[in-house]
Design a protein around this ligand. Structure first.
Ligand SMILES: Cc1ncc(COP(=O)(O)O)c(C=O)c1O
Length: 212
């Protein structure tokens, strides 16, 4: 078909080529060396976050965030039905139950009113998915989450460069503004963002839940 509009197209240019070749030439292609901390630092600066931890793909990022927050069997996480399967998979990998909610008719982003209707005593977190470069209504969603003491884990796999009211997505949810109380209640210890990022790094380094 002509006049097709791609969902996305990769943007790979000379700089990507140079950096990949520099990695290969230096043999630093793994989790050590100068490239990873440089990438994490630059990425954190770009989105306006205090820290970033790089992992191999979006599914792993979501899985690690859930694990680092202690989400597991018996817990429920609200996920939109209209998303890529990885959002729900990451919840299922922890042993928690994905609870599906509806999306807005026009914008296709998570429907905050429907999220509210699906909160139960087992709900621990909400996973808004910023689809197709768009953004969920993070103002209303964060209000709802605070009211019910829930974690918010943003799936930003399709939204690098997307801002809501001037703030980059991915910095509303599990960050220093919202991390305190639910974790304290669940585990008896306060958790700072630094601790969460470190917990994610431990899981990343261990290569699996069992060894972390
Ligand atoms: C909304 C969404 N979440 C998660 C993922 C998972 O990312 P990955 O394929 O890198 O594991 C994707 C990938 O396309 C995605 O679109």
């Amino acid at each position: 078909m002509e006049n097709r509009i791609p969902v996305y197209a990769p943007s790979l240019g000379q700089r990507e080529r140079e950096n990949v070749l520099a990695c290969l030439d230096s043999s630093w292609i793994s989790s050590k060396g100068e490239f990873l901390p440089r990438f994490e630092g630059d990425f954190a600066d770009y989105i306006g976050a205090p820290f970033a931890a790089a992992v191999c793909n979006g599914t792993v990022a979501l899985h690690l965030a859930l694990l680092a927050l202690g989400i597991g069997p018996g817990d429920e996480v609200i996920v939109p039905t209209l998303t890529y399967i990885a959002s729900a998979n990451a919840v299922a990998y922890t042993g928690a139950t994905p609870v599906f909610c509806d999306s807005e008719r026009d914008a296709w982003q998570i429907d905050v009113a429907d999220v509210a209707a699906r909160i139960t005593s087992r709900t621990r977190a909400i996973m808004p998915v910023h689809l197709y470069g768009g953004t969920c209504d993070m103002t209303e969603l964060m209000k709802l989450a605070r009211r019910h003491d829930l974690f918010v884990i943003e799936d930003c796999a399709e939204a690098i460069g997307t801002r809501h009211g001037g703030t980059h997505v991915g910095t509303f949810g599990v960050n220093r503004r919202s991390i305190g109380t639910p974790y304290r209640r669940a585990k008896g210890t306060p958790l700072q963002l630094r601790g969460l990022v470190d917990a994610g790094r431990v899981f990343r380094a261990a290569g699996g839940v069992g060894r972390a």
